[in-house]
Design a protein around this ligand. Structure first.
Ligand code: ACO
Length: 464
């Protein structure tokens, strides 16, 4: 395959014009709903619905074929049944289309390898690139492009998500809205007959709107493992990559084979490959986005010495256990730092690490302790914990911390929060997240996420 440079993907992510081939007049059909998403999410480029029997769809003039479109077309989204795909692809080639985004199923995933080969042949002949087939589309929020048949709304942000699974990818689009996770791109890669996870990652590594890349991976194509490691090494030098790899178990591998036809491979081989390439592995969807939330806002710390500040001994102890288990070194504060911290708490508190402000702590105690932590040269990372008490409303604490953070954001010192409690704690977590402090509903999730930042830091130090 004559693959051109990834810089060519510019027109996939920043198209000047998009045609939807198989744009349907009927709501509820994929070709209709996908076009509706492009229109309603606010894409500003030219939009051309292609349909042989319609004059107009969703207020846009429809054309009987791509060849009738007056202007240039950067991206053609193909949503016609499998037996029509190659003929419309050829027309796209003749028109000079740059990218084919093939939504249609019924290719290699069901053994129809010939159709896949034919499609790829046409793409090569006309120097087009293909995303798919068998995908739900893609999204690039900086240009308000949602060319998927998933939910219309996608929250803008710096996390890119590449998915080898279609249904899961669509489901996670809704989930990220609920969890207030901001995305730069969502890319469904499906059968990866041309553009694959590596190509998309390489492009996103250079993308100024993306800070972290997350990937749902089932497996690689045969004989691509070495390329994956070498190319992803280059990506992780520029951006953190978090992968959730499915098909870990024997039965899971069988499920992968019948889903995307990829080689799930032995799990320990994937583990070794990820490690070599500097990829951070997540084992659950929740973990993947937990880590991503932190990488999206926090910088690589100067060091790994970590200070825990809490109002509850219990959560402090849990955090300490997780820190030890996940290689997060807890700082042993100097006597000078201990005496400063002692000033921030009642006499029965503990200025050691975890710094226990006690259940009597109010906003003031937290603010004083946090200032000291941000200003101390001994502290490289801060874990802020809170347990709901009657005397301290978590929302008041979150607002105060968010305000304080404005003064210390530029220090680049990572901070992560674990707030435990009920509905008002959920609101507080949301306030913190919106202010750029990654916040979680448990101390374990906060510390585990920080541990991944430190893991990435030590990878970068070893692989300069
Ligand atoms: N050029 C342009 N438009 C055409 C052409 C042509 N040559 N031929 C037909 N059309 C029009 C049709 O007239 C129709 O429009 P209309 O409804 O206004 O009449 C439209 O294209 C769609 O054609 P249909 O034959 O109605 O096809 P349908 O919408 O039923 O199915 C689809 C097409 C969606 C591509 C289907 O074949 C398919 O592959 N579905 C699965 C897609 C999928 O799940 N992808 C993976 C996603 S990931 C996941 O798992 C969620």
């Amino acid at each position: 395959m004559n693959k051109t440079g990834t810089s060519d993907l510019k027109y996939l992510f920043n198209p000047r014009s998009i045609a939807v081939i198989g744009a349907s007049r009927t709501p509820g059909k994929i070709g209709h709903d996908l076009l509706k998403n492009i229109v309603e999410y606010g894409f500003k480029g030219e939009i051309y619905p292609i349909n042989p029997v319609a004059d107009e769809i969703l207020g846009y003039k429809a054309y009987p074929s791509i060849k009738h479109v007056p202007g240039e077309v950067d991206v053609a989204i193909i949503v016609v049944p499998v037996d029509k795909v190659t003929s419309v692809a050829r027309e796209c080639g003749e028109k000079g289309v740059k990218f084919l985004v093939v939504i249609t199923s019924g290719f290699g995933e069901v053994g129809n390898v010939e159709a896949e080969e034919e499609l790829l042949k046409i793409a090569r002949e006309y120097n087009m690139r293909i995303l798919g087939p068998n995908i739900f589309g893609y999204t690039y929020t900086p240009v308000r492009l949602n060319a998927t048949f998933g939910p219309r709304d996608v929250l803008e942000g710096p996390i890119a998500f590449i998915s080898q699974s279609g249904a899961l990818g669509i489901a996670l689009m809704g989930w990220t809205i609920m969890e207030e996770i901001g995305l730069s791109a969502i890319v469904s890669v499906g059968n990866m007959i041309d553009l694959d996870v590596v190509d998309i990652s390489k492009y996103l590594a250079e993308d100024l709107n993306t800070r972290v890349i997350t990937i749902y991976l089932e497996g690689l194509k045969p004989n691509t493992g070495f390329k994956f490691i070498e190319e992803m090494k280059k990506v992780t030098k520029k951006k953190p990559v978090i992968v959730i790899k499915a098909g870990r178990t024997t039965k899971g591998m069988v499920a992968v084979a019948s889903h995307t036809g990829s080689l799930a491979g032995t799990d320990h081989l994937y583990n070794a490959a990820f490690k070599q390439a500097g990829i951070i592995r997540a084992y659950t969807i929740e973990e993947m986005f937990d880590y991503a939330r932190l990488f999206a806002t926090q910088s690589i710390p100067r060091g790994d010495r970590t200070l825990i500040i809490t109002n509850g001994g219990g959560v402090g102890v849990i955090a300490t256990d997780v820190a030890e288990e996940t290689n997060v070194p807890l700082l042993s504060p100097s006597s000078d730092l201990i005496s400063k911290l002692r000033e921030t708490m009642p006499w029965f508190g503990s200025p050691k690490n975890p710094v226990d402000l006690t259940g009597q702590a109010g906003v003031d105690n937290y603010v004083k302790a946090l200032k000291i932590a941000f200003e101390s040269k001994e502290v490289d990372n801060i874990v802020l914990l809170y347990c709901r008490t009657a005397i301290l409303d978590p929302r008041d604490l979150a607002k105060a911390v968010a305000e304080l953070y404005n003064d210390y954001r530029d220090t680049g010192k990572p901070i992560v929060a674990g707030f435990v409690g009920g509905l008002d704690v959920r609101e507080a977590i949301s306030i913190l997240n919106r202010s750029g402090i990654p916040a979680y509903p448990s101390p374990e999730r906060a510390v585990s996420s920080l541990s991944k930042l430190l893991e990435y830091r030590s990878y970068l130090l070893k692989n300069k």
